[in-house]
Design a protein around this ligand. Structure first.
Ligand code: F6R
Length: 250
């Protein structure tokens, strides 16, 4: 795992955006696996800025998002489809039909999981998968559990995740209790994985991801087995790992 240490959130966003942009320069029709949450907002802003400066086009890019809350419409302001439109897609030249997010309103959620996995087969291998990191070590909404779940599946969100995400909703009771998430199988099939982490509340999860045992109780620990992972994190998120002697590049 290559670890890039950044001073703060702004520097992390810049460094991570440069890695994603480089992938698009190298392969304009790249398949990007995308994430939501607060961590990638800055890097999406950087990508928009590159597009507005005329140096980055998404015209041939295809995207596939990790997850969606079950029960939220795409127009709900906390749905992940809405997030992607407002934080990235509406500001770049991507074709709407080339963007994919699970359908949180699908009447048959299991069938939607099957559709999403079939779609992944059609798109081919993801060139670069962007991941944020949950405080409990989740990636996508693959929550801690007894096994790593490979396919797209419906997941019950843990109290830690509901608590962490309550900041985006009117109250904790409004946070959906379930989500549809890409499984560990497709995440691990990506050619390259880019993890972003910021803030001291991620320090334990970052440490466990890098230094802990590979254990489904810390889903991100599986990334130790992937041959091409880059973690871009700020000093606060890296604090515990650095204290434990992990070497990073600046
Ligand atoms: C979102 C996702 C989640 C988040 C994680 C961290 O698509 O897959 O795994 O990346 O919950 O969220 P933030 O960035 O808000 O701390």
């Amino acid at each position: 795992m290559r670890i890039i240490a950044c001073k703060d959130y702004a520097e992390m966003s810049c460094a991570a955006a440069n890695i994603l942009a480089a992938q698009i320069y190298l392969k304009p029709q790249a398949v990007l696996g995308l994430a939501t949450g607060s961590t990638p907002v800055g890097l999406y802003k950087e990508l928009i800025a590159k597009h507005e400066a005329g140096v980055l086009s998404f015209a041939q890019v295809r995207t596939v998002n990790l997850d969606e809350y079950k029960g939220l419409a795409p127009t709900h302001d906390q749905s992940y489809r809405y997030f992607m439109q407002h934080n990235l897609f509406d500001h770049i030249d991507i074709r709407p039909e080339n963007t994919n997010v699970p359908d949180g309103l699908a009447a048959d959620a299991e069938a939607e999981c099957g559709r999403y996995d079939a779609l992944r087969e059609t798109l081919g291998r993801t060139d670069i998968q962007l991941l944020g990191l949950g405080r409990n070590g989740h990636i996508g909404f693959n929550e801690p559990g007894p096994v790593f779940v490979k396919p797209t599946h419906v997941v019950d969100l843990t109290p830690s995740t509901i608590d962490a995400n309550a900041r985006f909703f009117a109250s904790q009771a409004d946070v959906p209790r379930q989500a549809i998430t890409m499984g560990i199988g497709y995440i691990m099939q990506a050619r390259q994985i880019l993890v972003v982490a910021s803030g001291s509340d991620k320090a334990e999860a970052v440490y466990q991801m890098i230094c802990g045992a590979v254990d489904p109780q810390v889903p991100a620990s599986i990334l130790q087995l992937h041959p091409n992972v880059t973690l871009v994190a700020d000093e606060a998120a890296l604090s515990k790992a650095v204290e434990a002697g992990v070497s990073v590049c600046g």
